[in-house]
Design a protein around this ligand. Structure first.
Ligand SMILES: Nc1ncnc2c1ncn2[C@@H]1O[C@H](COP(=O)(O)OP(=O)(O)OP(=O)(O)O)[C@@H](O)[C@H]1O
Ligand SMILES: Cc1cn([C@H]2C[C@H](O)[C@@H](COP(=O)(O)O)O2)c(=O)[nH]c1=O
Length: 207
C-alpha cells in the first residue's frame, strides 16, 4: 500500500507519518516511511543531494532544483519504496511530485508541463496513483508557530525554501488549495493537537 502525506512546510506531515507508521506496525504491518525531500535520510548520496537542493547558499535556481528533487525522488523510490511495495509492505511518503509542481512550478515559475513531463518519464505509473493521499492544511499563524518550534527542535534554520519571501509562501499555500481541488485530493485541517490530527487522519484513510 502506498500512502502520501502532502502539505506546506511545518503542517505536521513528518509527525503524522511517524505516528501512522507506529500505528500500522502495532497492527502487524511492515511499514517504511521517508521524506521525498531527503530530509533525515541516512543514505549518504540522498543526504548530499538534499543539502545541495535546499541547504546550499550556492547560486542555483528553481529549474535546477526540479532536477535535484527528482534525483532524490527517484533514488529513494528505486532503493526503498519499490522493493518494499513489491514485498507487499506499506510505504508512507512525506510529500510527492506535487511538492515540485507547487514550490518550483506554481511558486517558482518553472513550466508546470515540463515538471509533469519529466516526472512521467522517470517515475512509474503506480507512483502517481497512491492508495491513500492527503493534503494537510493549516492557518498561516499556526504554521509560523510550528516553523519556529521546528527550527528549535530540529535545528532547521536558514533553509532556502523556508526563507523565501512571504509572497512565495502565499503562492505555495494558494497552489496547494487549487491543485487539491483540481485533482480532487482530500484535505485535512491539521490545526488540532497531534493526537487529534492523527485520529482524523486514520478515519479519513479508513485505517
Ligand atoms: N498538531 C500539532 N500541534 C502542535 N505542534 C505540532 C503539531 N504537529 C507537528 N507539530 C510540531 O510542528 C513542527 C513541524 O512539524 P513536522 O516537522 O512534522 O512538519 P512537516 O510538515 O513535516 O514540516 P516540513 O515540511 O517543514 O519538513 C514540529 O516541531 C512538530 O513537533
Ligand atoms: C520534495 C520537495 C520539497 N520542497 C521543499 C519544501 C521544503 O521547504 C524543503 C524541504 O522539504 P521538507 O519536506 O521540509 O524536508 O524543500 C520543494 O520545493 N520541492 C520538492 O519537490
Amino acid at each position: 500500500m502506498l500512502i502520501v502525506i502532502e502539505g506546506q512546510d511545518a503542517t505536521g506531515k513528518d509527525t503524522q507519518a511517524r505516528l501512522l507508521a507506529e500505528y500500522l506496525r502495532e497492527r502487524g504491518k511492515t511499514v517504511t516511511a521517508y521524506s521525498e525531500s531527503g530530509t533525515g535520510s541516512e543514505d549518504p548520496f540522498v543526504s548530499e543531494i538534499s543539502k545541495l537542493t535546499y541547504k546550499t547558499k550556492q547560486d542555483i535556481n528553481h529549474r535546477t532544483r526540479v532536477l535535484l528533487f527528482l534525483i532524490n525522488r527517484y533514488e529513494q523510490w528505486r532503493k526503498i519504496a519499490e522493493p518494499a511495495l513489491r514485498r507487499g509492505e506499506t510505504v508512507i511518503l512525506t510529500r510527492n511530485w506535487l511538492s515540485t509542481l507547487i514550490y518550483e512550478g506554481y511558486a517558482g515559475g518553472v513550466s508546470k508541463s515540463l515538471i509533469s513531463r519529466l516526472h512521467k518519464e522517470i517515475m512509474p505509473d503506480y507512483y502517481f496513483k497512491p492508495d491513500r493521499m492527503v493534503v494537510l492544511t493549516l492557518s498561516d499563524e499556526e504554521r509560523q508557530r510550528r516553523l519556529n518550534t521546528q527550527a528549535v527542535e530540529q535545528g532547521r534554520v536558514g533553509e532556502v525554501l523556508k526563507t523565501q519571501p512571504t509572497e512565495f509562501q502565499k503562492k505555495v499555500n494558494e497552489a496547494y488549495l487549487k491543485v487539491a481541488k483540481e485533482m480532487k485530493l482530500q484535505c485535512l485541517d491539521a490545526g488540532g493537537t497531534i493526537d487529534e490530527v492523527q485520529e482524523k487522519l486514520r478515519k479519513l484513510f479508513a485505517l
